[in-house]
Design a protein around this ligand. Structure first.
Ligand code: MSP
Length: 513
């Protein structure tokens, strides 16, 4: 049976160029996509841009550009960023594409047919920046300005005819669903937030706007455009050719395994989206994961303070893989995390250059000198070798389970510990003192190389290019990476030559060192 896996990032507003928060969501999604692909799944990995609504219309007006032209330009910077981040997304959707517009209008018709939509009037607060409605309780006044308490974005009063979705009707079914599917919203703290929000009572949701035109028209009333969140959320199925239920993509990949999002947009994904789907009788995604935010300290971000946030600048300066590794390691997944250039440099120097890069170089150089540049064949494992090798064998199924739980923190910790233990093993075993016991020397080299291989396989989803550079030691290519071989202690015995490789990571000279 084929195993399928469908993961999505949020689709980004092309209102300004991408920043570190966007890069973070995408890199994490890419990590899971890569792991699953290597582990034998058929992976669909979707990202894209969310191009309708007043926020985008106003951003285009400000630049004096025609709206679609403006979107074309900025959407391209997100598409380019996907390449720069070495993402393995299988599709990139734009909500201005016809395939998407058709899907949204079909979903709308379905909701209307099931009597989940009615025409009325909306009077209340609206934040264009969040594209969200707020009640009086959710608003505060600071310096004479009305702001959303949670996002601190400016709200404006809205008074217009609007279609409504009967969200209130879905309060109980949603609560039942959360109860029956405790894994649906993660992490747990966010699940509790959502449940208490829904328990607080759901009001019907305004799902159309009349006072501007940049959006997908309501099929039965062209004076209205569909609310941008109903439009945007549908991307997850429009990319699978919804409503064509007989098509292969929808059959194969829906319901999605994971919608990976930032915690700021949890309500839309864990309340509105499942309610729309329930109303349209479409199965619900298996998991919505709300990750934390990337912060730049309590201080405002600025280059002089070393609080970095432009992913492109960082990649140009340090390379992509260090950034991928750093974000995955340093921001505890699920929580907010501070990032700084200083910590990034420490991370490159200690984890990547010393613990990983240096280990690869040392064992390779030693093997080239002492084992004729060949994988040693005459070996015999002792207890010390087996202890370290067995760690991988004993943990690979646990790693798979943790990946299914999206426990990225467990994964990175396992790697950090493994690197530490691998270095310790090589130092403690002192193969350079075993020149008169060649079998023992061979076995230590073989064991260390096996560990380098296993760690490089596991590092592949985090730092794909550097892992492949390291695997050149064994002439192993991308297609040969396979997690079912992690358990095998003798994988390398079928290989022959050991190749010298280029330095994997350059150490950063730090001024204060
Ligand atoms: N267009 C909507 C999403 C629609 S999904 C159907 C949107 N776009 S956004 O561009 O404003 O933000 C998208 C995502 O970027 C956020 O949910 C979050 O995942 C990520 N981030 C934006 N700023 C962030 C940080 N500072 N830190 C981490 N991620 C944050 O919302």
């Amino acid at each position: 049976m084929h195993k399928n896996f469908y993961i999505t990032t949020p689709i980004y507003y092309p209102s300004a160029k991408p920043h570190m928060g966007h890069a973070y969501s995408s890199i994490i999604a890419d990590f899971f996509a890569r792991f699953k692909r290597i582990d034998g799944f058929d992976v669909n990995f979707l990202t894209g841009t969310d191009e309708h609504g007043l926020k985008i219309q106003r951003a285009a007006e400000k630049k004096g550009l025609e709206t679609l032209k403006f979107c074309d330009e900025i959407s391209k910077t997100f598409r380019d960023l996907s390449k720069t981040l070495n993402l393995t997304n299988t599709d990139f959707i734009r909500t201005t594409e016809d395939r998407h517009k058709n899907s949204v209008q079909n979903l709308w018709k379905e909701l209307e047919k099931n009597d989940d939509i009615y025409l009325s009037k909306y009077s209340g607060w609206y934040s264009v920046s969040d594209e969200a409605f707020y009640t009086d309780d959710e608003i505060e006044e600071i310096d004479g300005k009305k702001l959303s308490k949670t996002s601190k974005s400016l709200v404006e009063w809205m008074d217009e005819e609007s279609y409504f979705f009967r969200l209130s009707k879905w309060e109980k079914p949603l609560l039942d669903y959360y109860e029956k599917n405790p894994e649906f919203i993660s992490p747990k703290a966010r699940r509790n937030e959502v449940i208490s929000f829904v328990k607080g009572g759901l009001k019907d949701l305004s799902v159309s706007r009349k006072s501007f035109s940049w959006g997908i028209p309501v099929p039965s009333n062209k004076e209205h455009v569909i609310y941008v969140w109903l439009d945007a959320l549908t991307n997850y199925i429009s990319a699978l050719n919804y409503p064509d239920v007989n098509n292969q993509l929808l059959k194969k990949y829906w319901p999605a395994n994971v919608h990976l999002i930032g915690k700021d947009i949890l309500r839309f994904h864990a309340v509105y989206w499942p309610a729309f789907l329930l109303a349209a009788k479409i199965p619900l995604p298996k998991k919505v994961y709300g990750h934390g935010w990337i912060l730049s300290g309590e201080e405002k971000m600025s280059k002089s303070k070393g609080n970095i946030l432009d992913p492109i600048e960082i990649i140009n300066q340090y390379g992509l893989d260090p950034l991928r590794y750093y974000l995955i390691k340093e921001v505890s997944f699920g929580n907010d995390g501070n990032i700084s250039q200083d910590r990034l440099e420490d991370c490159i120097n200690s984890d990547l250059a010393n613990n990983y890069g240096n280990l690869c170089q040392r064992v390779t150089a030693f093997a080239i000198k002492n084992c004729e540049g060949k994988i040693p064949k005459d070996i015999e494992f002792n207890e010390d070798d087996l202890v370290i090798l067995d760690k991988f064998k004993d943990n690979i199924n646990l790693i798979r389970k943790k990946i299914d739980e999206l426990d990225l923190n467990f994964y990175i910790e396992f790697i950090v510990n493994s690197l530490f233990e691998a270095n310790k093993y090589f130092n403690d075993q002192e193969p350079w003192k075993k020149k008169d016991s060649i079998k023992r020397l061979n076995t230590i080299v073989f064991t260390t190389l096996e560990i380098v291989r296993k760690i490089s396989f596991l590092l592949y989803p985090i730092i794909p290019q550097s892992s492949l550079n390291a695997l050149k030691i064994f002439s192993i290519n991308e297609n040969q990476i396979d997690y079912s071989t992690i358990e095998n202690h003798n994988y390398l015995s079928k290989l022959d030559t050991i190749n010298k490789i280029d330095i994997l990571f350059k150490k950063i000279e730090k001024l204060n060192d």
